[in-house]
Design a protein around this ligand. Structure first.
Ligand SMILES: [Ca+2]
Length: 439
């Protein structure tokens, strides 16, 4: 098999020997059951383990069969990136129960090592829902069960194909397949491959407009601003239950959270149990109500107790408060304003790229060019770049420290236009080693 690609997310590869051939054995997401074996020599031989559910029972037989496998090399012309969509099945039904029929299709996903499928539901050619799933292998088709749409999956188990009926529905803007395995199966890919999977903002935001920033994100933003600009690196949760723990408080406030900085400043928020009233005046909207009055008085009391100043800013559904020394208060108000507008320093993370000198970077690029020339000799127009620190892969390999791993993004205009390959390179004292590569 040419161009077998593995997805780097959650993949660990071990060096093994397979019937006398050096090989990599891949495991996903801490599974003890291997997912594939890739031979290093001869190249382009891959054994994919689809026996996820019945492997244990037949382990001996499988190992017996595998131990007798011999390799014959066939040259195939399978292109590395299939741009054409391969439809597995299509059907028309009302997938979301709104009385309008959707045109649904299930297509081969973008991976070749994992079994992924893309399910889309469209009305008049416009995609309404699209989600991508990582599944154990099976023959898939659309069907109905008890009058509701489902996916029928036939899997060979113990000779007899077994048909599963997986209920299909739409929940919170995304397609949901019921009955999937809890650990291995689920959504695959980012928002490009999945509609409706973005993180939901809180419903208790003080504005009704979409994209409102959650209270927790604003709080985190203030913490990052304070760290960057005031050098307040030490922050911890502050217990305000004495202020917001009474029966009166519980009737007015749904939840609250506060952070204490090392200089004694406190920032936090409360969500109101019921929306407060808004009055439009010539100087802007004024929010008023029992909740506003209560939080104002509690915060002033707490500030007075500590000899500090206070600030509150109430919306209809939530109120932010700051308790601080007079000299710090305006800074913190500024950070709050910035964070509420989504403007705050990026979360801190160690720089993998920064751990490399320019000379080392050059050496790694040379190594990668050589590796691709050896492993994919047909690719003549590869372009290499270092992945950003924020690239997905870094967080997937917590066992590596800065300077021990690097990810290259590999693109090409001709060989696999439009797709990006990721090359994971391990950096050791003895040199470089590609330990994962794929789209
Ligand atoms: Ca519908």
């Amino acid at each position: 098999m040419k161009g077998f690609g593995v997805c780097g997310t959650g993949l660990i590869q071990k060096d093994i020997e397979f019937n006398g051939h050096p090989a990599w054995q891949g495991f996903y997401d801490g599974n003890t059951l291997w997912s594939h074996i890739i031979l290093k020599d001869p190249k382009d031989c891959v054994i994919i383990n689809n026996a996820e559910n019945w492997y244990e029972e037949y382990e001996e037989e499988i190992n017996q069969i595998l131990s007798t496998v011999e390799f014959v090399y066939y040259e195939t012309n399978t292109p590395i990136a299939e741009s054409a969509e391969i439809i597995i099945d299509s059907a028309s039904f009302d997938i979301d129960g709104d009385g309008i029929i959707e045109d649904c299709k299930i297509a081969d996903g973008p991976t070749s090592g994992l079994f992924t499928v893309v399910i889309t539901a469209s009305v008049n050619g416009n995609i309404k829902y699209k989600n991508t799933f990582n599944l154990v292998w099976g023959e898939l088709s659309f069907g109905e069960q008890d009058g509701a749409p489902c996916i029928i999956r036939k899997r060979s188990q113990d000779q007899e194909p077994k048909a599963e009926h997986l209920p299909l529905s739409v929940q919170e803007g995304r397609i949901v397949i019921g009955g999937l395995g809890p650990t291995y199966e689920g959504y695959w890919g980012d928002s490009k491959w999945n509609y409706g999977l973005e993180e939901k903002t809180e419903t208790d935001s003080d504005a009704q407009s979409p994209g409102t920033i959650s209270s927790d994100s604003i709080l985190e933003g203030i913490v990052r601003w304070a760290k960057t600009n005031l050098n307040l690196s030490d922050s911890k949760p502050y217990d305000m239950s004495a202020l917001f723990g009474s029966d009166q408080a519980k009737a007015l406030i749904r939840n609250h959270k506060a952070i204490l900085f090392e200089d004694g400043s406190i920032v936090g928020y409360c969500s109101y149990a019921v929306p407060q009233s808004v009055k439009t005046t010539s100087s802007g909207d004024v929010v008023y109500g029992d909740g506003v009055d209560f939080v104002d008085s509690q915060i002033k009391t707490e500030a007075d107790k500590n000899g500090k100043e206070s600030y509150t800013n109430s919306g209809k559904d939530r109120v932010f408060f700051i308790i601080s020394d007079k000299s710090r208060l305006n800074d913190l108000i500024g950070f709050y304003m910035n964070s509420s507008e989504g403007n705050c320093p990026a979360p801190e993370q160690s720089s993998y790229l920064g751990a490399l000198s320019e000379g080392e970077k050059q050496k790694i690029l040379e190594f990668a060019k050589g590796w691709y020339a050896d492993n994919f000799p047909n690719y003549k127009d590869l372009v290499f770049e270092f992945a950003k620190d924020s690239a997905f892969g870094y967080t997937q390999y917590p066992q590596y420290k800065p300077g021990e791993i690097i990810i290259l993004r590999v693109t090409s205009e001709k060989s696999f236009a439009g797709s990006v390959r990721s090359c994971f390179i391990k950096i050791t004292d003895s040199g470089y080693e590609v330990f994962n590569e794929g789209t």
